[in-house]
Design a protein. Structure first.
Length: 94
């Protein structure tokens, strides 16, 4: 298996498509697009998997259950920001 060089990805511009779509981050005046909480758990998987193919659905699910990946609760749904997802993936502190 050969490694192919790839260009650096802009995390705010990543779009992944499957049954569930992850579009570009919304632009809200005064708020960084990475900080908008608009990704559900399956969308977080698609977003991170587009950046790093080694991320699995189970890894994201376990991180949510262990509260390593924290989001906000809107209605009955947890929503996560792109920054929180990237910090979890890289192991950075928020």
């Amino acid at each position: 298996m050969s490694r192919q060089p790839h260009a650096a990805l802009d995390p705010a511009a990543v779009t992944a498509t499957e049954i569930i779509e992850v579009g570009p981050a919304p632009t809200i005046p005064g708020i960084d697009p990475l900080d908008v909480n608009d990704l559900s758990e399956p969308q977080v998987f698609l977003y991170l998997n587009a950046i790093n193919p080694h991320i699995t659905r189970r890894m994201v699910r376990d991180a949510v259950l262990r509260k390593e990946l924290r989001g906000v609760l809107r209605g009955r749904k947890h929503l996560f920001s792109r920054r929180v997802a990237l910090n979890w993936m890289t192991g950075s502190e928020a």
